[in-house]
Design a protein around this ligand. Structure first.
Ligand SMILES: Cc1ncc(COP(=O)(O)O)c(C=O)c1O
Length: 462
């Protein structure tokens, strides 16, 4: 069989048997997809036709150290050879070492990790711990969970119902909804639901809405609030500096547990190791995944403050957390994660995220005057985004019929850039090893792609 036959057979087989993420295979078949990736190196991946792509998304904003780091593969291989697996009623060396490392690098007294296999499981675990903790504190009525609209916390049972709708998404297939879900506004300074005109004003108004929601439902019914430090699904929403400290105050005031979902933002993505450090806030629980192992293997964790974890220490009443997942605390991803964190630290990738991220944001800002479709540019570290609008003054988005996202994807593909724009935004999270030269390449590609689509849609500069 020739290489070409082989490639075509593989593609057809994927279309026939594989259930891919958030896309229909009928449409993929028509487009000659899926692309089959075979290699990776730094910020680049190569497909089985030999085409080299620049992955501006860094996987799912998750390949923090970049592709192709064989040291991580070696660490996993060595662990697999010596002991491939053992359950967490005992433990193994890499898992114990990783738990200690996380206690050292996470803020404040976050010090005990329950390992899982990904971000959704991490959030399911954090919420389970939050509710069980409230029970242990003699507050059995506290079960409600506050999350923000246009946030994303995962795709499993309860996490499906955390966060609110992003335009075009629906959860109507997955009912009945979980009881006790409370939704509050997203502190997105560009589209503040309360009309706040500065990030600070929006932050204060949105934090106030959290307090109102707690009072409306009754503090005695609310277990926890979960939020991403910087939210991504709708656009890159960097809250005003007041938001997180106010959340901490409000949660303390009403006995509500604060869960930071650092699944995307953790491990250097925003220019510090964990994004809550920007605001000096220590959450009660922190969910992590993605960058903890740069997606080389499945791994996540729920990290608890010491005082919270202590409520599960056992003792006379043995009130430990009843929560067992076979793959939780797997030694092989733990060994890979330790190497991944070592690379982040020794190669100063968190610092690079801050510096190159600021450069990226500046360069995107320079595109704005030339492109009427750019409503806003925002970001923190190497988590950056562009809001796309039909009218900059009213911030009106393009109608669905304009197929803006689809048009942009086609233009990005021509320029070998992996980007997944929607009709309203382009969000980006490349590997943290990216260089200024590679940023320039992305910015040039975006400049050209926007120019082309503006021509197609007859959008003119004022
Ligand atoms: C903020 C956030 N939380 C949770 C998740 C879910 O993580 P996973 O896909 O590993 O289950 C994601 C995934 O993108 C995320 O961005």
């Amino acid at each position: 069989m020739t290489g070409i036959d082989n490639r075509e057979e593989l593609r057809r087989s994927a279309v026939k048997h594989l259930w891919m993420h958030n896309r229909g295979w009928a449409e993929m078949a028509e487009r000659g997809e899926p692309v089959v990736m075979t290699g990776g190196d730094g910020v680049h991946v190569t497909d089985n036709t030999g085409k080299r792509w620049l992955d501006v998304n860094g996987g799912y904003m998750s390949v923090n150290i970049g592709y192709g780091r064989t040291e991580v593969a070696d660490a996993a291989y060595e662990q697999m050879k010596s002991l491939a697996y053992f359950p967490q009623a005992s433990t193994t060396e890499p898992v114990a070492r990783l738990a200690q490392k996380l206690a050292e690098i996470t803020p404040g007294d976050l010090s005990r990790t329950f390992f899982v296999s990904g971000g959704s499981e991490a959030n399911e675990t954090s919420i389970k711990i939050a509710r069980a903790y409230q029970q242990r504190m003699g507050e059995p009525g506290r079960y409600k969970i506050i999350s923000r609209k246009a946030s994303y916390h995962g795709a499993l049972g309860l996490t499906t119902w955390l966060g609110g709708p992003v335009s075009g998404s629906t959860r109507s297939d997955y009912g009945p909804e979980y009881p006790g879900m409370i939704y509050v506004p997203q502190p997105n300074p560009y589209r503040c639901e309360f009309g706040g005109t500065t990030p600070s004003e929006c932050a204060e108004l949105c934090a106030g809405a959290v307090e109102d929601a707690i009072l409306f439902h009754g503090p005695q019914a609310v277990a926890a609030m979960i939020a991403e430090p910087v939210s991504v699904p709708a656009s890159v929403a960097v809250p005003g500096d007041e938001y997180w400290p106010r959340l901490r105050e409000i949660c303390d005031k009403y006995g509500v547990m604060l869960v930071a979902d650092e699944v995307i933002t953790g491990f250097g993505r925003t220019g510090v190791m964990f994004a809550v450090e920007h605001w000096g806030v220590v959450p009660d629980l922190m969910s992590v995944a993605k960058g903890i192992v740069s997606s080389y293997m499945p791994l996540g964790g729920s990290i608890a403050r010491e005082t919270i974890a202590d409520a599960f220490a056992g003792g006379d009443d043995s009130r430990f957390l009843q929560h067992v997942l076979t793959f939780a605390g797997h030694p092989v991803p733990a060994a890979a994660s330790l190497k991944n964190i070592e690379i982040l630290e020794t190669e100063r990738l968190v610092e690079n995220s801050a510096e190159t991220g600021a450069y990226f944001l500046d360069q995107l800002g320079e595109l704005q005057p030339r492109h009427p479709m750019i409503g806003n540019v925002s970001g923190l570290g190497l988590l950056v985004g562009i809001d796309l609008v039909k009218d900059r003054d009213t911030k009106e988005p393009f109608p669905k019929a304009a197929k803006l996202g689809e048009r942009l994807i086609a233009e990005f593909e021509k320029r070998s850039l992996i980007l997944r724009p929607s009709d309203t935004s382009i969000t980006m999270g490349p590997p943290l090893c990216i260089t200024r030269g590679e940023v320039d390449e992305i910015v040039t590609g975006i400049d050209e792609a926007l120019g082309e689509v503006e021509r197609q849609l007859a959008v003119r500069a004022d």
